[in-house]
Design a protein around this ligand. Structure first.
Ligand code: PLP
Length: 370
């Protein structure tokens, strides 16, 4: 390479866009009269749990949801005061911490309930009965509903727990098809009837995730759990949502090369003309998928430029053609849809995956800002 310039390493930056999260929440709000729980698991789908939660609550989310208790307690510690539900905790999860933090815990088996209430506080832990509505992943199988409901009623009588919610999950979550969801809806109604018959009243019932929220009111019950949609991912493919983050990196190295120059490990790409190459300081350790199609590109100064050669652990090389790009110039890896900037949906297509894995795969070296 010739005319090499190197600058100090400025890390790539992921900026979270609260306006987009607010706009996405508003789209969900327009599709349902149910309460909206904003799901911010996996660090807000890679966008930062706290900034996503704050933006969602500011835009009217009624609840927050996380996978585990530690994620939920972090939201409380950040000052978020709306109800929070967590649904995947190992047996023996810390009921005292949950009760003290005002965190609701979903319970999917008699064993989990027993372990939880054995550590419960005088006030009792708030629980949501989690029933399997056809996914065989989490939630209580139908054959054990009666035992779970009976145990929950007992725990409530003894002041060890308050049954405040009932949840299921849609197995065909991505299908914008009410007929596909109907069996799960029927199962959850059946569970609700059994809960009511056990004298537990009518708990807040919830089933739908993003796709159900956007496409199928019959799945909404009392609350919907809206996660991917917050950050601009619509698994149902029916609704244009707003990209909620922007990943940028500075060009750290630029060089002119001759035609016939192999680029990167293995020389898998060879330049066909004299051209300029630019190096960006992010690679598969930072969440750039290693397997990407030749169309994969970044945007620099409002133009797309292809990534050439193999993705390294820490670097990618971009072919900027006849135009040299000075080090320090900002390249945008993905951002909101504007016709030029690659989107997370583009990246998912280039990598043969779903946009969820693109955003949740962003590595720890990437600086985040809201
Ligand atoms: C992740 C998750 C959601 C949110 O799903 P999205 O499709 O991302 O909105 C809802 N409920 C449960 C139980 C989940 O694990």
């Amino acid at each position: 390479m010739t005319s090499t310039v190197r600058t100090g390493l400025v890390p790539p930056t992921l900026r979270t866009l609260p306006e987009a999260i607010g706009a996405n929440l508003a789209i969900a709000r327009a599709r349902t009269s149910a309460r909206i729980l904003a799901v911010v698991k996996a660090d807000g789908y890679g966008h930062g749990a706290v900034p996503v939660a704050r933006a969602a609550v500011a835009a009217g989310a009624d609840w927050l949801g996380t996978t585990d208790l530690a994620e939920a307690l972090a939201l409380r510690a950040a000052g978020l005061t709306v109800p929070i539900l967590t649904w995947l905790n190992p047996s023996g999860a810390d009921a005292e911490a949950a009760a003290a933090g005002g965190i609701d815990v979903a319970v999917g088996s008699v064993g989990e309930l027993a372990a939880l209430v054995s550590r419960s506080t005088p006030a009792g832990v708030r629980i949501h009965l989690h029933v399997d509505t056809g996914m065989a992943r989490e939630g209580c199988p139908a054959a054990e509903w009666d035992a779970l409901i009976t145990a929950a009623a007992g725990a409530q009588r003894h002041g060890q727990a308050q049954v405040v919610g009932l949840m299921g999950h849609l197995p065909l979550a991505d299908e914008a098809d009410p007929a596909a969801n109907a069996p799960a809806v029927a199962r959850l109604r059946q569970a609700r009837t059994a809960v009511r018959a056990a004298g537990l009243g009518v708990p807040l019932t919830h089933l739908a995730a993003t796709s159900g929220t956007l496409t199928d009111p019959s799945t909404h019950f009392g609350m919907v759990r809206f996660g991917a949609g917050l950050v601009g991912i619509d698994p149902s493919g029916t609704t244009e949502l707003h990209g909620a983050s922007r990943l940028t990196a500075p060009v750290v190295h630029s060089a002119a090369v001759e035609a016939g120059t192999p680029v990167g490990y293995g020389g898998t790409y060879v330049t066909t003309t004299a051209t300029y190459l630019s190096v960006l300081p992010l690679g598969y350790a930072d969440g750039i998928p290693r397997e990407i199609s030749p169309e994969a590109c970044v945007a620099i100064h409002g133009r797309r430029h292809r990534i050439v050669g193999r993705v390294s652990m820490d670097q990618i090389v971009v072919d900027t053609g006849a135009a040299p790009v000075p080090p320090g110039t900002t390249a945008t890896v993905f951002g909101p849809r504007d016709g030029i900037t690659p989107t997370i949906q583009d990246w998912a297509r280039w990598a043969g995956t779903i946009p969820h894995t693109i955003v949740t795969g962003i590595g720890a070296r990437v600086r985040t800002s809201a």
